[in-house]
Each structure stands twice: as structure tokens, then as C-alpha cells.
Write a protein that binds this ligand. Structure first.
Ligand SMILES: Cc1cc2nc3c(=O)[nH]c(=O)nc-3n(C[C@H](O)[C@H](O)[C@H](O)COP(=O)(O)OP(=O)(O)OC[C@H]3O[C@@H](n4cnc5c(N)ncnc54)[C@H](O)[C@@H]3O)c2cc1C
Length: 386
């Protein structure tokens, strides 16, 4: 079977790339080890994804905004960040970026569901239920061996198969991996006090807590704790869990009640040393697996897709091989330029705001005030939300 592009991984990034290229005449295979039925009806996974205006624009361009029900999307007007036990907060307001809201919040399973729906009926996109076993690169094409016994070939292979990408390993690209040795517990809770469309982040000295405002005064709760404590939190009876979270938030939101399940994610970040190889490119978490604390993972993934699509479409227009190295090099250079500052600053924030030593506590307080009061610094932080 011959394709122009074979995408390994039908997650949000793999699917968003396929959607963005659906208007070309390229024949695209999208391969995932999970059954298609399961991918089309994804289960709630506890992640609520905060999206920037840039991402909303990208999702509008591929038609996603036309099909997702708007009553399932919430908007975030303000973000407030607190340090330790202080009542002082660093504030980001929608007015600062001259928009009606800072960003919006969509549950991850809905992003997956509606991207899949968008792909249905696209005549040039072919879904293949199979696991990647092997990749071989030749001068003018690449071939994949799949677990269903089939071999396929394509001009360009895309690795979009998680931050622990097996496509990346098979090609021989190594990555910088940082294990923060913490887990993130995420869940949905109904809260008593009105969240007022404000997102909160509390960098306490023993844990990080966040609340993202969802519809019907529900909230996405994110607690980052040691692996040992995360086990305890997951096992607590619902009544005790509610009490524990109310208490951790110092009753800031009044009574809180768990809705649905609790989910746990290990905090391991990954930055691939290269985003490309011969006839091969990495996108999404397979290229850069971000720490979720600054909510940039999928946002960055969409920026990468935008860059790659522009290069592919330009190559098509000029009759250039889409898998050729000069095309891929341009993608790599542009993505590094966007990704490195976001990746390093996010990991730096995590390291500083999970450090409870005396000098760190002083720097933490100073940094928060500095960003709040030094205009260019604040603008630099706000620019990623535009
Ligand atoms: C708790 C949490 C909160 C987050 N919050 C935000 C946020 O607010 N904003 C934001 O922008 N981002 C956020 N993110 C990040 C975001 O969820 C990810 O960046 C995004 O989901 C990654 O999508 P992906 O398609 O790259 O990978 P994945 O979703 O991991 O999908 C990869 C796909 O590849 C398939 N696959 C894997 N191996 C193979 C193989 N060998 N063969 C075939 N198929 C394979 C898998 O089955 C899967 O379907 C958050 C992440 C977490 C954990």
C-alpha cells in the first residue's frame, strides 16, 4: 500500500495534522494501535485542555469549531497565580491581550472525539488499526511494517505516538528526559463558590494546586504531589477526598464535590534532540512532551502542525518532494525556535516553584512580583496566550 504521508498515532496531534492536510490531494494513512471504534468514542481521561487564541484559530481553520457543541466549551477570563501561603497574586487579564477572554477550556476526550468526527468521510484519509513494528528509510520513500502483517510505504512518515514515541526510538532519535518524580492527579469537581471564569494556580510549599473554570460552575482540579501521596489521594473515599481537597485549597472555593473518577499522570517531560530524520518528522508530544503546569502541550503541538503544514503545502505548490530534507529542516528550525523557550521556562518554573528551600522561597516571591510589575516581562508571558 502506497501513501504520500503515514502518520503513526491517532491522538489529538496526529488527527489535527490529518485534518489540516485533508484539503490537499495527498493520500494520508493514520495508524493507531487502538481500535478505531475506541478512538471514535474516547473515554473521559480527566484532562481539560486550556487553549490559547492561536490554537482556537488553528482549530477554526480546520473546521473543528464548526462541529464541537459550544455549550461544552468554557472561557477563561483571568488567571491568578499564588505563591506559598501569601494572598498576593500574579494576575493575567483578558484585557491585557485585548480579547474578551484569555483562552478556553475543552475536555481532552471531546477534542479527540470531534477531531475523529471531522476526519470521517475525508476521501484522502485512511485509518489503519495496527501497531508500528518497524520503519525502514530508503532514498525516495520510507516503509513501515505493521502488527497486522501489512507493509506500507510513504514519502513522509510522521511520528505522533506519545512522548514515549516508539517511532522516534526506531529511527534512532534520542531525547532529553526530565523525570520530576511527581504525579498529577486530575479530576472534575463541583464547587460551592462561583469560580467567575478565573483560573487559579497555587504553588504551595508541599504541593501545586490548580483550578480551571468549566461550565455549570464545575472545575477541573489539578493536584501535583509526590508519587506516594498521589496513591493515597487516589485511594481516599470520595467524602474524605472532597474534604482533603477543600482543605488543601484552604476552603477558598467552599464545599467541593468530586464528579466522576480521579486520574493520575506521571510528570515526565521529553524534548527530542531532533524533530526530523530522513523522510521522517516528529509532531506533538513525540516532539516535545511538556509539563502540563503551563498548559502548553497541545497548544505547542498545534503550532508545530501549522509550521509543518505550511512547509508541506509550499512544497506541493512548487512541485518539491514533501519528504525531502530541506523541507523538513525548515520545519525543525522553526519549531525549535518556538518550543525551546516554552519548554525551558516551563521546566524552570516547575523546578523553582516546587523548591521549598529558604533562598528559593525568596526568589519565588520576587519572581511573581517582578512579572506582575515589569511590563515587558509580563508582555512576554502574555504573548503565548495571544
Ligand atoms: C494532566 C494533563 C493536563 C494537560 N493540560 C493541557 C492543557 O491545558 N493545554 C494543553 O495545550 N495541553 C495540555 N496537556 C497536554 C496534552 O494533553 C497533550 O499534549 C496531547 O494530548 C498530546 O497529544 P498527542 O496526539 O501528541 O499524543 P497522545 O494523545 O499520547 O496520542 C498518541 C497516540 O499514538 C498511539 N500510539 C502510540 N504508540 C503507537 C504505536 N507504536 N503504533 C501505533 N499507534 C501508537 C496511541 O494509541 C495514541 O492514540 C495536558 C496533559 C496532561 C497529562
Amino acid at each position: 500500500m502506497k501513501y504520500d504521508i503515514a502518520i503513526i498515532g491517532s491522538g489529538p496531534n496526529g488527527d489535527a495534522l490529518a485534518c489540516a492536510l485533508a484539503d490537499t490531494n495527498l493520500k494520508i494513512a493514520i495508524i493507531d494501535k487502538q481500535p478505531l471504534k475506541k478512538l471514535e468514542n474516547p473515554k473521559i481521561d480527566g484532562r481539560d485542555i486550556a487553549l490559547t487564541h492561536h490554537s482556537i484559530k488553528s482549530l477554526k481553520e480546520i473546521g473543528f469549531w464548526d462541529i464541537i457543541p459550544k455549550n461544552l466549551i468554557s472561557t477563561i477570563k483571568t488567571a491568578k497565580i499564588f505563591d506559598g501561603n501569601s494572598k498576593y497574586s500574579l494576575n493575567f487579564e483578558h484585557k491585557d491581550i485585548k480579547k474578551d477572554f484569555l483562552g478556553c477550556l475543552i475536555p481532552n476526550y471531546l477534542i479527540k472525539k470531534y477531531l475523529k468526527q471531522l476526519l470521517k468521510g475525508k476521501k484522502n484519509i485512511f485509518s489503519i488499526e495496527s501497531e508500528l513494528l518497524d520503519i525502514k528509510i530508503h532514498d525516495d520513500y520510507s516503509s513501515l511494517t505493521l502488527s497486522n502483517g501489512k507493509k506500507i510505504s510513504a514519502s513522509l512518515i510522521i511520528g505522533a505516538d506519545t512522548r514515549f514515541s516508539s517511532a522516534r526510538s526506531k529511527i534512532g532519535i534520542s531525547s532529553f528526559v526530565q523525570d520530576f518524580k511527581k504525579n498529577m492527579i486530575v479530576c472534575r469537581m463541583k464547587i460551592k463558590k462561583n469560580h467567575g471564569k478565573i483560573a487559579y494556580e497555587f504553588f504551595k510549599y508541599n504541593q501545586t494546586l490548580a483550578l480551571l473554570p468549566y461550565i455549570n460552575n464545575e472545575a477541573s482540579i489539578i493536584v501535583t504531589v509526590s508519587k506516594e501521596n498521589s496513591e493515597k489521594l487516589l485511594k481516599l473515599k470520595i467524602k474524605d477526598f472532597n474534604k482533603e481537597i477543600e482543605n488543601n485549597f484552604n476552603y477558598f472555593f467552599g464545599k467541593m464535590n468530586l464528579i466522576g473518577k480521579r486520574y493520575s499522570y506521571p510528570m515526565i517531560t521529553v524534548y527530542s534532540k531532533n524533530f526530523i530524520s530522513s523522510r521522517f518528522a516528529l509532531i506533538g508530544d513525540a516532539a516535545v512532551g511538556m509539563h502540563p503546569v503551563t498548559a502548553h502541550g497541545f497548544n505547542l503541538g498545534l503550532q508545530g502542525i501549522e509550521i509543518l503544514c505550511k512547509e508541506i503545502k509550499l512544497a506541493l505548490k512548487n512541485n518539491i518532494d514533501i519528504g525531502s530534507t530541506p523541507i523538513l529542516k525548515k520545519y525543525q528550525k522553526k519549531l525549535h525556535r518556538v518550543a525551546i523557550p516554552i519548554y525551558l521556562s516551563t521546566n524552570g518554573i516547575v523546578r523553582l516553584y516546587t523548591n521549598g528551600s529558604k533562598p528559593a522561597k525568596v526568589v519565588r516571591k520576587f519572581a511573581l512580583r517582578a512579572v506582575n510589575s515589569i511590563k515587558p516581562l509580563k508582555q512576554a508571558f502574555m504573548s503565548v496566550l495571544e
